[in-house]
Design a protein around this ligand. Structure first.
Ligand SMILES: Cc1cc2nc3c(=O)[nH]c(=O)nc-3n(C[C@H](O)[C@H](O)[C@H](O)COP(=O)(O)OP(=O)(O)OC[C@H]3O[C@@H](n4cnc5c(N)ncnc54)[C@H](O)[C@@H]3O)c2cc1C
Ligand SMILES: NC(=O)c1ccc[n+]([C@@H]2O[C@H](COP(=O)([O-])OP(=O)(O)OC[C@H]3O[C@@H](n4cnc5c(N)ncnc54)[C@H](OP(=O)(O)O)[C@@H]3O)[C@@H](O)[C@H]2O)c1
Length: 247
C-alpha cells in the first residue's frame, strides 16, 4: 500500500489565531473512535508528516482534525494556511490505542484533556458505545484561556442528548471564567474540586480514566490519580489509567 493518500480540504475552521480544524475528504482505511491518522505536506524535497487525532466519528463523510499552530514547527503552521480545495496527504492506515476497546468493563468513564487533546474524546463521544457501556461520562477540558475551549456547540449537543449521564468540566488556568474550574487538572483532582463538580467520586473500583494532551499534565494527573488509589492500565495488569501523549 502507498505510504500516502491524497485528500482534499473541504473546510478550515479558525477557532482562534492559533487553533484550527480541517475537514478533509480522503479515502483512508476504517478507524476506531479515538485513533489518529498522519497528515503530511511536501516541504521542499521531502514529505513532512505528523500524527493527528481524528475528531470525526467512524462513518462520518469527512475526516476532521483539530490542531494548534506551533510557530517554530515545520508542519502545523503550514496546515493552518490550507484552504478549501487544497490537497493534503494522509497516511492510509489510522492507528492508536486511546480507544474504548482497550477500556476494561467499568461503570464511570473520565476523559481528561488539555488543549487539542480533546479531539479523540469528541470522536468517542459521538459514537453509541460510551452510552451503552457507562453509567456516567465526564469530559474535562483544560485550556489557558476561555476562548481556547473549542467545540462548545458540539459539547452542548452531547449535554442535551445525555443530560443525566454526561458532565462537561472546563478548566481555565490563566484567567478567571465563572463556569470553569480555575488552575490545573492535577490540583483539581488532589483538592477534590473535580469530583465535587462532577458529583462523582474517582473510585478505582468503578472508573476508568483516559488522558490526552500535554505530557506534563499526563504525568502530574497520573500522580494525583495514583495517590487516589488508581493505577496505570496494562493489558496484562489491568488498571484504571490509559493515556496518549502529544509530544
Ligand atoms: C499520537 C499523537 C496524536 C496527535 N494528535 C494531535 C492533534 O490532534 N492535534 C494537534 O494539534 N497535535 C497533535 N499531535 C501533535 C502533532 O503531531 C504535531 O507534533 C504538532 O502539530 C506540531 O507539529 P509541527 O511539525 O509544527 O512541530 P513539531 O516539530 O512536531 O513539534 C514541535 C513542538 O511543539 C509542541 N507541540 C506539539 N504538539 C502540540 C500540541 N498539540 N499543542 C501544543 N504544543 C504542541 C511540542 O513542544 C513539540 O516538541 C499529536 C501527536 C501524537 C504523537
Ligand atoms: N495558549 C496560548 O495562548 C499560546 C499562544 C502562543 C503559543 N503557545 C504555545 O503553544 C504550546 C502549547 O500551548 P497550549 O496552551 O495549547 O497547551 P498547554 O501548554 O498544554 O496548556 C493547556 C493547559 O494545560 C495546562 N498544563 C500545562 N502543564 C500542565 C501540567 N503539568 N499539569 C496540568 N496541566 C498543565 C495549562 O496550564 P498552565 O496555563 O498553568 O500552564 C493549560 O491550562 C506552548 O508551547 C505555548 O508556548 C500558546
Amino acid at each position: 500500500m502507498a505510504q500516502w493518500t491524497e485528500g482534499r480540504v473541504i473546510e478550515r475552521i479558525d477557532w482562534t489565531e492559533r487553533l484550527h480544524s480541517l475537514r478533509i475528504e480522503a479515502a483512508i482505511e476504517p478507524f476506531k473512535a479515538g485513533q489518529f491518522a498522519k497528515l503530511g505536506l511536501k516541504i521542499g524535497d521531502e514529505i513532512v508528516g505528523r500524527p493527528y487525532s481524528i475528531v470525526s466519528a467512524p462513518g462520518e463523510p469527512l475526516l476532521e482534525f483539530y490542531f494548534s499552530t506551533v510557530p517554530e514547527g515545520p508542519l502545523s503552521p503550514r496546515l493552518a494556511r490550507l484552504a478549501a480545495g487544497d490537497a493534503v496527504l494522509l497516511g492510509p492506515r489510522p492507528n492508536g490505542f486511546l480507544v474504548l476497546d482497550e477500556v476494561p468493563p467499568t461503570i464511570h468513564l473520565w476523559l481528561l484533556s488539555t488543549g487539542t487533546g480533546i479531539g479523540p474524546f469528541l470522536s468517542i463521544l459521538k459514537t453509541a458505545e460510551p452510552w451503552q457501556r457507562f453509567q456516567r461520562v465526564v469530559l474535562v477540558h483544560a485550556a489557558r484561556t476561555a476562548d481556547e475551549l473549542s467545540y462548545r456547540r458540539a459539547i452542548a449537543r452531547i449535554m442535551e442528548a445525555e443530560p443525566r449521564r454526561f458532565s462537561y468540566i472546563p478548566v481555565v488556568s490563566r484567567e478567571r471564567a465563572d463556569y470553569a474550574l480555575a488552575g490545573r487538572i492535577p490540583t483539581a483532582i488532589a483538592d477534590g474540586r473535580l469530583e465535587a463538580r462532577a458529583g462523582l467520586a474517582l473510585d478505582p473500583a468503578k472508573c476508568h480514566v483516559l488522558l490526552c494532551g500535554n505530557p506534563a499534565m499526563l504525568e502530574d494527573a497520573t500522580a494525583a490519580l495514583i495517590a487516589r488509589g488508581l493505577r496505570k492500565h496494562k493489558r496484562k495488569e489491568p488498571g484504571q489509567i490509559s493515556m496518549e501523549s502529544y509530544w
